[in-house]
Design a protein around this ligand. Structure first.
Ligand code: ADP
Ligand code: ADP
Length: 226
């Protein structure tokens, strides 16, 4: 099926610790899937295996019908936003956003066009000449999102991207990300330990605990039968 499939995936770290156990999950092409659970339950490990940043011990992962176990991260048609945003500090917002397009050999004219379009979509068009240290937390978060979606990936992965924002900004950013997903129609996989975030953003919620996927349901169903 198009979308993402985890098939009996496990992760055992070099020290023997089994962080993810027999993980099975299918994520539809246009879903906003939130992976939620307490700190240390294996969310980031699962996301990193999907991103190709961590090897799989056993099992398979498919992205749009292609088995990606041995596919390098850069060849997986995914983009990821990290908790720390990891913006390039010496580059301007424009350069941060254009960088991956430049690597792909996109012409300067098209780079400019796509940066403008994405920046407008995210309300950061006035910030293009600034460096990351001249931005607020909320602005950095938007730039990180912009840098990821500008490549038009099939899958967009986020690991606690709002946890560095204050409560007010976080609420606003949740709504913006949900709207963005609806508009783009891209698969979003979103990791958080925050149950409110999961309930308000996900079209489906996958609940993890101690390396085990315990339940996958819509927010409505989880609300009625938690
Ligand atoms: P979460 O994202 O849910 O907080 P993680 O996936 O980061 O959880 O971690 C799951 C478990 O695996 C934790 O107990 C963590 O300490 C452990 N872990 C993470 N990375 C490693 C590693 N490189 N070696 C050993 N254990 C690890
Ligand atoms: P997160 O913010 O995703 O929870 P962590 O602070 O758990 O990140 O982990 C940061 C880094 O340390 C990751 O690269 C993770 O793989 C590694 N790590 C986490 N727990 C352990 C552990 N028990 N042993 C070795 N490395 C670990």
């Amino acid at each position: 099926m198009a979308g993402i499939v985890f098939e009996q995936v496990t992760k055992q770290y070099e020290n023997g610790f089994e962080a993810v156990k027999n993980f099975n999950l299918e994520i539809g092409e246009q879903e906003f899937l939130v992976l939620v659970g307490p700190s240390g339950c294996g969310k980031t490990t699962s996301l990193r295996m999907l991103a190709g940043l961590e090897s799989i011990s056993t099992g398979n992962i498919y992205i749009n019908d292609k088995r990606v176990n041995d596919v390098a991260s850069k060849d997986r048609d995914i983009a990821m936003v990290f908790q720390s945003y990891a913006l390039y500090p010496h580059m301007t917002v424009f350069e941060n956003m254009a960088f991956s397009l430049d690597l792909q050999g996109v012409s300067k004219a098209e780079q400019k066009e796509r940066v403008q379009k994405t920046a407008t979509q995210l309300g950061i068009e006035a910030l293009l000449d600034r460096k990351p240290k001249q931005l607020s937390g909320g602005q950095r978060q938007r730039v990180a999102v912009g840098r990821a979606i500008i490549r038009d990936p099939a899958v967009f992965l986020m690991d606690e991207p709002l946890s560095n924002l204050d409560a007010k900004l976080r609420g606003q950013a949740r709504t913006e990300l949900s709207d963005l997903q609806t508009k783009l129609g891209t698969t979003f996989v979103y990791v958080t330990h925050d149950q409110v975030e999961a309930m308000t953003m996900g079209t489906r919620i996958a609940v993890m605990n101690q390396g085990i996927l315990q339940q996958v349901d819509t927010p409505q169903t989880l609300y009625e039968r938690p």
